[in-house]
Design a protein around this ligand. Sequence first.
Ligand SMILES: [Zn+2]
Length: 494
Amino acid sequence: MNDDLEFVRRRLGELHDLKLTINLLEWDMEVLMPPKGAEGRGRRISTVAALHHRLGTEPAYAKALERLAECALPEDDDAAIVREASYDLKRASCLPEEFVVEMSEAHTRGFNAWRDARAKNDFAAFRPHLEKNVELARRAAEYHGYDESPYDAALENFERGMTASRLRALFAPLAEDLKRLVAKSERREGFAFPKGPWPVAAQQAFERGVLRDMGYDFEAGRVDVAPHPFCTTFDLHDVRITTRYDESDPLSSLYTVMHEAGHALYEAGFDPDADRTPLAGAPSLGIHECNSRMWENLVGRSRPFWERYLPALRSAFPGRLDGLSLDEVVRHVNRVEPTLIRVEADEVTYNLHVVIRFELELAMIEGTLAVADLPDVWNAKYREYLGIDVPDDRDGCMQDVHWSSGLIGYFPTYALGNVYAAEVYARFRTETPLWDDDLRAGRLTTLLDWLRPRIHRVGRRKRAESIVRDIVGREPTAAALVEHLTRTHAGANP
Ligand SMILES: [Zn+2]
């Protein structure tokens, strides 16, 4: 048994290293790689992915895991490692190696095609790649198996245990509440930041101060520019984030980096004793988003946060913001305004953008919506849910990177993250009565220190829903989110 354990732990370390090597190849592809490197890079990534798949499904490794699963290990980390590794093995073994390679190549080609097609607003050029990705997702679902909908198998990649029918039940009433909230929210016009440019260097200096206060370690991470911001990990001591700057808006990158740093703090906070095992990982993307959205929205849009950081923003842009009041900034960052672009959406309408994507990808994978009809149906839903007209596919159904890279079943995790974040943050506030004072003093690490043992260090020892359940003491629901949004966006004090 000890030999098996040692072998399994060594193999898990190798799998972890290969996975993080893919992260590095992908980070470089999106941040630094010249365009002509794309074709070759796709091959490098598929080779490493195939090697990962081969080592992760090798018969000797599978046998060792099987033997370990049969002995009744005491309920400790070894047992949890065997349980999680067996789950990963079962997921990976469902897919033949040629299929994994085919998928990986299609996703890289899809990403590059999307980038060009989006720049040219040319959905016809992207369409065959999306059709391919939907077909691959359906084939993957057949390999994995499912009870009700092939979409359940796609969801399992990102939100273990979640199903289309439970999401429908959670999202349908949430969407109704949000539509009502959008209608009720007064349009808070009358304030706009003075015209740009807002120099990038000053934006960077300001946001670095916020990131440091959050506990983001620049000796163990860095911030770079990428067209679609993300966070990626090469090591517990090298967790990087990316952002994009808008010279006409001094705050758009701030909220991006607070979001991505929320992810990074989570990844950097996994249990070092469990490093290079599946336990030093997130049980789902929803719980990942719970961290990022808590920092971005619940912390970063609150009044005490701006009491602390408005003076810093003023000194980053000397003379430009002197007449700006705290009230104006707080109202500005909490305005409700239906717009086209999900990543720029306010906290209320954001979830409606997600529900639209959920309904569309569910329909595509279940075969009730043809990819060719996507632009028309997309535009119709934007009219129905948000009351706005979509002028073109660039800012319509091609605005997000996800589907181009085969990430189908991913979007719902964003709204789930909001649901979890509202639940967890409400509990944190109850347990931390002096939190507002900490915020006003820039002691943002009070929240980080609270999250570490309850979420970060837990890793995959528990499932996402049970982490939240253990924190709040009951099943998570969308009620805390609706309560928070009603309080901050429908009149009362944010
Ligand atoms: Zn995120």
